[in-house]
Design a protein around this ligand. Structure first.
Ligand code: PGA
Length: 249
């Protein structure tokens, strides 16, 4: 269902003790209760954080998973395992995974299927590179990523997905898409979904923007009609700014 969401993607930052301090700070100060707040720490922190967050309205996400339930896949973690420690969402296909771990939309689609099979929610990431935008290929790139990663789903499955549009050139660079650029792409994504699944389904999907979102630019971005919140990297590593982002709608 469409909702306002702020999801903090910690990436490979903060050891367990540092992470616990940040969680305590966030819980003490309190996120906006009217927004779905999600924290996505490294795998090693999930179980501890689940206990720490048990009496809060902050949900947990993992940053990746394997597409199989079990087996000889050294170094991998399954959805079943993540579910067993209380994870509710899984970020899939982040551009860093596409770039450094050779994931593509097809391989990510198998993960999407597995996440949904276990009743968890995928946060499916898409985004174009700077070169693709400069060459005018950004809409086509995103259309393909959406179709190849998500269009194997039926309507009921798709409704349980969250999409994150994260232009690669804006991630961790301090450069943000303008609200107009972001809104334009979010509307395009919603329209791509509407063409296949109908308007009602498209209007029920939360589409998050990611890429150097911080308290100083979030209000403008989150005010756009097709932007339902943010997937936040750097600014989610500070309690005050994470909380401020949940208050930026
Ligand atoms: P950033 O990262 O906010 O640090 O740009 C966003 C992301 O990669 O999800």
């Amino acid at each position: 269902m469409r909702e306002k969401i702020v999801a903090g993607n910690w990436k490979m930052n903060l050891d367990l003790n540092e992470g616990k301090e940040l969680i305590i700070d966030i819980v003490d100060k309190g996120v906006n209760a009217n927004v779905t707040s999600i924290i996505s720490p490294p795998f090693t922190h999930l179980q501890t954080f689940k206990t720490m967050l048990s009496h809060t309205n902050i949900a947990l996400a993992a940053q990746n998973c394997h597409q199989q339930d079990e087996g000889a896949f050294t170094g991998e973690v399954s959805v079943k395992m993540l579910k067993s420690v209380g994870v509710q969402y899984i970020i899939l296909g982040h551009s860093e995974r596409r770039e450094y771990f050779q994931e593509d939309s097809l391989s990510i689609s198998f993960k999407v299927n597995n996440v949904l099979k276990h009743g968890l929610k995928p946060i499916y990431c898409c985004g174009e590179t700077l070169a693709q935008r400069q060459d005018g290929e950004h809409f086509e790139t995103i259309r393909l990523q959406i179709e190849q990663g998500l269009f194997q789903l039926n309507e009921l499955e798709l409704i349980n997905c969250i999409i994150a549009y994260e232009p690669v050139w804006a991630i961790g660079t301090g450069e943000t898409a303008s609200p107009e650029q972001a809104q334009e792409m979010h509307a395009f994504i919603r329209n791509t979904i509407a063409n296949r699944y109908g308007e009602i389904t498209a209007n029920n999907i939360s589409i998050l923007y990611g890429g150097s979102v911080k308290p100083s630019n979030a209000n403008e971005l989150f005010a756009c009609s097709d932007i339902d919140g943010g997937l936040i990297g750097g600014a989610s590593l500070d309690a005050d700014s994470f909380i401020a982002l949940t208050n930026s709608f």
